[in-house]
Design a protein around this ligand. Structure first.
Ligand code: ZN
Length: 114
């Protein structure tokens, strides 16, 4: 499962950060994933529950945020948020789009420690 590897790397970063801040426990983690990564929040939840057992982040509250797809259209010079990905501009039908957000983000947005 793809998500297992993702959560594994996230937990490594979380443990490093926790150590850095001399934290005893991680109580909350906010994660952000780009919509186009195809990451399923339910699978992340599951992988986290399995992999965090016995570690500093066991029992931490997970807040998973999917970053919507935002594109810039070079023809109508607008920033548009797309509900579902499409290769052309929903306003002018141009294919001159640049993806600004929602593509490959995978980050820890917030870490709450005690
Ligand atoms: Zn356009």
């Amino acid at each position: 499962m793809h998500e297992m590897g993702i959560v594994q790397s996230i937990l490594e970063i979380v443990e490093q950060q926790a150590k850095l801040h001399e934290a005893e426990k991680v109580v909350g983690i906010k994660l952000e994933f780009g919509a186009l990564t195809g990451v399923m929040p339910a699978s992340i939840d599951f992988a986290f529950e399995v992999l965090s057992k016995g570690g500093i982040a066991e029992g931490a509250g997970l807040n998973i945020v999917i970053v919507p797809i935002k594109v810039f259209c070079f023809d109508c010079s607008k920033e548009i948020v797309l509900e579902h990905y499409q290769p052309t501009c929903p306003i002018c039908d141009s294919a001159a789009l640049k993806i600004l957000e929602g593509r490959d983000e995978m980050r820890i947005a917030e870490l709450v420690v005690e």
